[in-house]
Write a protein that binds this ligand. Sequence first.
Ligand code: ADP
Length: 556
Amino acid sequence: MQGLMQDHPLLISTLLEHAATSHAKTGILSLDRDASGASLGTLTKTGYRDLAGNAAQLAHALVRLGAKHGDRIATMAWNDRRHFELYYATSGIGAICHTVNPRLFPEQITYIIRHADDRWIFIDPMLLPVLENIFDAIADVPEGIIVMSDTVPETKLSGRIPLMAYDDLVAPEPTTYDWPVFDENTASSLCYTSGTTGNSKGVLYSHRSTLLHTWAIGSPEAVAMHAGTTLLPIVPMFHANAWGTIYAATMTGACIAMPGPRLDGQSLYELIIAAGATYIGGVPTVWMGLLDYLRKSGNKLPEGLRGIAGGSALPPALSEAFWKEHRLRIDHGWGMTEMSPIGSYNMPAKPLTQMTDEELLQGAIKQGRAPYGVALKIIDDDGNDLPRDGKTVGELVVRGPWVTRGYYNDDEANKTAFTADGWFRTGDVATIDEDGFIELVDRVKDLIKSGGEWISSIDLENLALTLPGIKEAAAIPARHKKWDERPLVIAVREDNSDVDADALRTHLAKTLTKWMLPEAIIFVDELPHTATGKIMQRALRDTYADYLEKQGLDGA
Ligand code: ADP
């Protein structure tokens, strides 16, 4: 017997329709700036009712251009109002919003646009040079380029492809749209992994997967978003859909303080104050930038702020600094583009006021537990399940309605991405405790294999960062004759610090056993970062894998 409840497909357009009717006046906030980019101290606000009207105009314009169900429409843009409208207009008409990460290498962007076969590209005027640079290699792909502005600036693309200004494109269109109703399993958006561990691979989300993920992350077990929240998504809308926070804000009627292209500590601080941000999402590198600015300027964050760090491990030293200096507890989240992306969230089990500092900070180290909807477990090399005892280490595999079941047009990648019984292999190595909390040890590819034992690069990096004067640290495997691989730590000093390798080694030796200590420690001015703000382990390995051999430290 079937239940007798109504059957409405879960469609992305319904999020914006809901916000427009229930939260008409809240919506997007952005800081007004002069031509040089300096803040004018005033905010522009666009309520959800107007955003829905704008998205309707854009949807009509896309249909006028000839956009059909399943067409890929690329965006190369920062977090701003027009990008928000693109999210909803493209998916709303059954097309696919393909967010391209403009910070990737030119060859990767070329590969991604060609692989996705994007019909149009919507681009921020600031990013036109990126497209000019690769245009020869993609000229046959898009039909036109829409510059996300009121005018089309001077560009080398003129005369080579139809170019339009976003505002001109949408201006003649009506502000209501009768959003079509279709199967909730229809593809809604496409995002490529940033290729930290190889070629970029496309993850194709559906309306259903997006809405289920949105419900889960907005819930009190995760981001706990509500109409009183003012979200500051520092994580870009091209990085795994800004971790789903844009959709969750629309679902719950939260305000979104859009940072645009300015992600430096000072600009973020100005926006936090002007918009009254209450919840911030960003990768650890961005949090570090904010902390650096706060320390130099002496400014304090307002009370009551919450935030999430994900994308790479949140160093305990960073957590501690925000808690002790600003009373801001950063929640730790873990996920992957392949998981829409949230796979776990570390929501404190008790109110913060009922915990000691130590309890609170210790609790923040783990990556959290899976929200309802994500099943996860660890397995050994033969695919056997491993115990959830907080000690045993294994590869983390996941499944659930917002986990990918295959990369977009990529048979090669799909061959190895899943276990025989269909769990997605994350490539991450972790422990799971009996309460379900996961702690990431490393990516399989980043583990340091020393004489048959594994050393976690995350552990080494986190510990290095607890020494005052160390600003950033990376641990990588370097080739070693006797032990196969030995850890090498590459560190960056804080400005004005003269901390040296001996001090760092002594510091690490207080906690680690001898064989875990780095074979060598090098100081550099800066570490390379990926397009999503993670330390580029692969580039470091390319440069330093033979460091011990060259220095005669490889036990030969
Ligand atoms: P890419 O795979 O291209 O780097 P993603 O942003 O999807 O793009 O990266 C997902 C990976 O990032 C995870 O598999 C994991 O290795 C790492 N990661 C994400 N969140 C965390 C976290 N909180 N702690 C440690 N690693 C993390």
